[in-house]
Design a protein around this ligand. Structure first.
Ligand code: NAP
Length: 255
């Protein structure tokens, strides 16, 4: 996806995988300096562990405590987290609005943290967090309260209400069978986004489709977190359609 995007805008770069051992992390940036690497993505399990080696991190990365994109600058290596901003950009492409909306988010893991920060930044009115481990949801609420004191946040409520948007950030549904919310929750929501991209239609999204709701899967988030990284590295607009085609092709191969 990234190499095709570089080619599309005639940017003289390639995107390569570097398998790295944990004990090599401290020497990684020096090696990248020698090799002329200008930027890179970081994935599990180094999204947090890379931070001590960076010169600075963005607000989103500081909030999430994780970095997925790094850029070389005259001031040093700077870390970003593009998951939340990528998620929000995917929503806006589908005309799903956030300002003053009431959002139900299932999950309180790494992806949920990034999404919560970005949707709060986009001025939602209320966030309801439902998570199997209540303490993780409560910890996320406390963190959000500090950065967004006006945002109303509720954790694991006893009763249900109507939501403008439901977001599934858990792994439930990856098996193609399990449903991440009770079935009767679905018709209390106007739009549903599942950040799972494989399978492309989880049981939750099948229900949303059957009930004629606006819905989207995790391909948008995957695409736009990459597009945001591309724009950080190049300072140029990402060629979205080329990137989407590449991504869909590779996901089809992965099946
Ligand atoms: P994570 O940090 O491990 O969080 C997993 C979340 O799922 C937690 O809230 C966890 O609840 C919940 N969960 C897992 N199994 C459960 C079960 N059996 N019952 C109830 N809750 C359960 O993982 P993550 O990195 O946030 O990733 C979560 C999902 O998002 C994955 O499917 C991943 O592929 C997807 N994702 C997609 C994108 C994208 O670009 N589209 C990006 C990142 C992640 P507890 O707190 O109770 O354990």
């Amino acid at each position: 996806m990234q190499t095709s995007a570089f080619q599309q805008i005639n940017h003289n770069s390639v995107y390569l995988p570097f398998p790295v051992q944990e004990n090599q992390l401290s020497n990684l940036l020096e090696s990248f300096d020698l090799l002329g690497v200008q930027g890179f993505n970081v994935t599990v399990p180094y999204k947090e562990k890379i931070i001590p080696f960076l010169s600075d991190v963005s607000d989103e990365a500081a909030f999430v405590g994780a970095v997925n994109t790094v850029k070389k600058t005259p001031e040093g290596w700077i870390g970003y987290c593009t998951d939340g901003s990528g998620f929000v950009r995917g929503l806006s492409e589908r005309n799903i609005e956030l300002r003053s909306k009431c959002v139900l988010m299932i999950g309180a893991g790494g992806a949920a943290k990034a999404i919560a920060f970005s949707i709060a930044n986009n001025e939602i009115a209320k966030l309801v967090i439902v998570n199997r481990t209540a303490s993780k949801a409560t910890a996320l609420k406390s963190k959000l309260n500090k950065s967004f004191p006006k945002l109303q946040i509720v954790v694991n409520p006893n009763s249900t209400e109507d939501y403008d948007l439901l977001i599934n950030t858990t792994t439930i549904g990856m098996d193609g069978i399990s449903l991440s919310v009770p079935e009767n929750q679905v018709n209390h929501c106007k739009a549903i986004v599942d950040i799972i991209y494989n399978p492309p239609q989880t049981p939750l999204l099948k229900l949303a489709n059957e009930q004629g709701l606006v819905w989207a899967n995790g391909i948008d988030m995957l695409l736009y977190q990459g597009a945001e990284a591309f724009e950080i590295w190049t300072n140029k607009k990402a060629p979205i359609e080329v990137m989407r085609k590449c991504l869909e092709k590779s996901l089809a191969f992965a099946k």
